[in-house]
Design a protein around this ligand. Sequence first.
Ligand code: LLP
Length: 423
Amino acid sequence: MDHFDIKDGVLHAEDVALPEIAAAVGTPVYVYSTATIERHARVFLDAVADVESTPEKPLVAFAVKSNPNRAVLAILTKLGLGADVVSGGELLRARAAGIPADRIVFSGVGKTADEMKLALREGIYQFNVESEPEAEMLSTVAIELGTTAPIAFRINPNVVAGTHAKISTGGSEDKFGVAYDRAMAAYARAAELPGLNVRGVAVHIGSQLTNLDPSRAAFEKVGALIADLRAAGHDIVTADLGGGLGVPYDPAKPTPPLPDVYGAMVREVTAGWNVRLLFEPGRVIVGNAGVLLSKVIRVKPGVTDPFVIVDAAMNDLMRPSLYDAYHEVRNVEPDGSRMTAHIVGPICESGDTFAKNREMDAVEADDLVTFMTAGAYGATMANTYNSRALTPEVLVSGNNWALVRERQPIESLIAADKLPPWL
Ligand code: LLP
């Protein structure tokens, strides 16, 4: 459920008509709904509220990569969420948004010594370590700083997540985590390292998961590993079950499992684990809380269907060109008529295509359109290809709205290049 609805014939974000934002800020622009973000955060918190989690309630650490806007993080921290970060930059952003360090977990296969130092100085809750060499380095860095690093190993359970290959992470040939069969040896070695406090297990098998069976299989493996580790004398007190729950993109497809169904599965599988549970949801919190608002530049006749050329492009929303992802396209002021078209951006490659032969609201030049469900992995993945400035972001709350990221001036992009002295 989201808060983007037609009122008096015009698409609104909560109580703000989208043309008002387009007139003030220009297009393309990302528009987020506070009420939708809050609703999804609450739904997820409720869904996992009564899992067994000791001694504290579960930690829901929002995957910052999905939407790192500081305003979005500030909404979530007020609701009690923490952050799952994968770089020093994300860690600093989370802290700048007011997320307490003891609600931050640090994932990722390539943490550098500098990033480890930063996280240790901040005093984060846990490092999710993805390899034995990373554990060795983290121990050395922690000793240098005169401290110990709280860690979980991220396990690669070798399950097929059933999602797009580029966002599957739990197969044995994926770069993530320590292979399940090596886990006991990795924990034994880490327990000997004086800079580490080995205390948890973590797993994350992929994103946009639409079937819970692979997650269940992965969690069952985590449960078995916790028992084996305890039998070997390790004091395991946390289990991080990652993120990955999918959201509906294509109205013609079945809705992915809702958070309460996911929560019930987790409750069942983790009963008796006697650990504090951690979760790292991203998309399910912010996915349908954002739209990319764009303007039709012109409609060009095609041999079969026409090309709707919009002022947003693959640099603003990469998901269709990277993953063939589906984003519903709506006319902001629909008149009920429909058309079939290719929806494309202005960038000079054929990959800059949002949809082919799409049946959609009829549009013509100067109409405003929205790409729906663009709140996760939208603005955060934008880039400046074709010297297009980064897209601004707007946050709506009731009948208020504010610019939460300015449109990048094209001059700043050009000024960032420096000429060498000989030119
Ligand atoms: N935890 C870890 C360790 C992750 O790698 C990810 C996502 C998450 C949590 C959050 O997953 P979520 O709940 O959002 O599914 N750019 C792609 C998605 C990449 C996901 C990467 N990792 C897309 O646009 O679909």
